[in-house]
Write a protein that binds this ligand. Structure first.
Ligand code: HEM
Length: 496
């Protein structure tokens, strides 16, 4: 019949068009048209991809709709892909959903000249604003003081720290880009945080997978993906309002924050050939800093609280080390890190076990490349499975156990590990790694100095994750008790 003919035709055409290219990495058999899209397990994506590596090897392929994907697993394959042959995979894929929002601007989803210029400028500006004369240390400690006041208000009663910590961490980005923080109850700010949460939830859902695999069809169908653009537009409007405020009282001689520095960069580059500095890129860069810099650090801190409540003996050891090295009255500073090897090891172990960005962000080949003995053509989407390295049996003594000893040598000194790659590696390495490390160190040591975290009576810590854009601990309540002897840091005079 006609129907049989149509079905046979589609299957044959699909088979001919979508055959695995010669020399391509192996992988599971694919369904006609949709390919391996149902192999994706949004509730535990990296674990599913690690399972497939056991059957198909460290470098294997999948097909989502018409799009070929190569998954890299294990230290060797990731090093070869991200570092040794990193230039061939430095690009981001053109994903329909992300394209419609970012339009190829900013840092996270841009490529080529735009990416190079925006990344270089953003890196050096963050360095200038955070690690030079204008150190972020007092800003972070001041924000801790606000957060601590909120926590103290609960008097040790169970509280879900999610919103407070989100506000705390986002305020550091606000300080960097806008030059000011928001009070925790500020309605505009709360609205902004909720918009981010909503947008990231939709972006990590099956709807965005479907949109990126079948954009023409999905544009016509209803679903949450239809509201995503509006949400991001609302966020951009918020940033534009801050930008307009900056333009009103802008002094070209002074860079108070990222927006000021960017306005200056627009002026300086006006006459340059291949100039990519303009207000649209500015807005997208600011949005990128929020997207990449808030949830990530906030999730990591929430994992840290949970691990400390689960392992009180580790928490006590951290507190004892901090007491010994920093003392009762002093505030922690980055200089203390070398003298706090155990605390540093605990932070590293939280980042490893927390595994908050298990699949990094997707990369894409910009030329044909040989990898793991296979040939990968141009335009293939690459997934670096960072989790496969962070939990690799060959790299860690007890990969599935929370064990700060992974980062300590026999003398109890801090020991670096090449397989510690939660920030990825190569040219697309997390742009905020230094900032994140500074925040995590100062916030964590401050929390440990002033509070003890424990589970509510009769409640066991659940170490399970919720997989969104990042892996977050499942919502939990925790008791945050003040340590009696340590007064809060005094209010800092901020020199912006
Ligand atoms: C990219 C992890 C915090 C800004 C990334 C990537 C990872 C990552 C895995 C993808 C790298 C790749 O594509 O190979 C983390 C973790 C964080 C953290 C674990 C905290 C615990 C931050 C912070 C900022 C930031 C605080 C900013 C202020 C960025 C940006 C990119 C990025 C802009 C895109 C870089 C590019 O495409 O060139 N991060 N990140 N991140 N991160 Fe982070």
């Amino acid at each position: 019949s006609l129907l049989t003919f149509v079905v046979v035709f589609i299957i044959t055409a699909d088979y001919i068009k979508n055959r695995r290219p010669v020399g391509f990495p192996p992988g599971p058999g694919a369904l006609p048209v949709v390919g391996n899209i149902f192999t994706w397990d949004q509730s535990r994506p990296h674990e599913k991809l690690m399972e497939l590596a056991r059957t198909y090897g460290d470098v294997y392929s999948l097909r989502f709709g018409q799009k070929w994907i190569v998954v890299l697993n294990g230290f060797e394959a990731l090093k070869e892909g991200l570092v040794t042959k990193g230039d061939s995979m430095v690009d981001r894929p053109q994903l329909p959903l992300q394209d419609e929002i970012a339009h190829g601007l900013g840092v996270i989803f841009s490529n080529g000249n735009i990416w190079k210029q925006q990344r270089r400028f953003t890196l050096s500006t963050l360095k200038y604003l955070g690690f030079g004369k204008k150190s972020l240390e007092p800003v972070i400690l001041d924000e801790f003081r606000h957060c601590a006041q909120e926590f103290r208000g609960y008097k040790g009663k169970p509280v879900n720290p999610h919103l407070i910590i989100n506000n705390t961490v986002s305020n550091i980005i606000c300080h960097l880009v806008f030059g000011h923080r928001f009070e925790y109850g500020d309605e505009r700010f709360i609205k902004l945080m909720l918009l981010f949460d909503k947008a990231l939830e939709i972006e990590s859902s099956i709807w965005s997978q479907l949109y990126n695999s079948f954009p023409l069809l999905m544009r016509l169908l209803p679903g949450p993906h239809q509201t995503l653009k509006q949400i991001w537009n609302d966020v951009k409007t918020f940033i534009k309002e801050e930008l307009n405020q900056h333009k009103k009282n802008w002094d070209p001689a002074e860079c108070r924050d990222y927006i000021d520095c960017y306005l200056q960069e627009i002026q300086t580059n006006k006459e340059q050939e291949y100039n990519t500095f303009d207000e649209e890129n500015l807005i997208m860069c600011v949005l990128d800093l929020f997207v990449a810099g808030s949830e990530t650090t906030s999730n990591t801190l929430r994992w840290a609280f949970l691990y400390m409540a689960k392992y009180p003996e580790i928490q006590e050891k951290v507190q004892a080390e901090i007491d010994r090295v920093i003392g009762q009255s002093e505030q922690p500073s980055m200089e203390d890190r070398v003298n706090l090897p155990y605390t540093d090891a605990v932070i590293h172990e939280v980042l490893r076990m927390g595994n908050i960005a298990p699949l990094a962000l997707p990369h894409s080949t910009n030329k044909e490349v040989q990898l793991g003995g296979y040939t990968i053509p141009t335009g293939v989407l690459i997934i670096p499975n960072l989790a496969s390295v962070l939990f690799d049996k060959k790299e860690w003594g007890t990969p599935l156990t929370f064990n700060p000893g992974h980062f300590l040598n026999e003398e109890g000194k801090f020991a670096k590990k090449a397989a510690f790659i939660p920030f990825s590696a190569g040219k697309r390495l997390c742009l905020g790694e230094n900032l994140a490390r500074m925040e995590l160190f100062l916030f964590f040591t401050s929390f440990m100095k002033h509070f003890t975290f424990s589970m509510p009576a009769g409640v066991k810590a659940v170490m399970d994750y919720h997989a969104g854009i990042t892996l977050a601990p499942k919502p939990y309540e925790i008791c945050i008790n003040s340590l009696v002897l340590t007064p809060l840091p005094s209010v800092f005079k901020l020199s912006v």
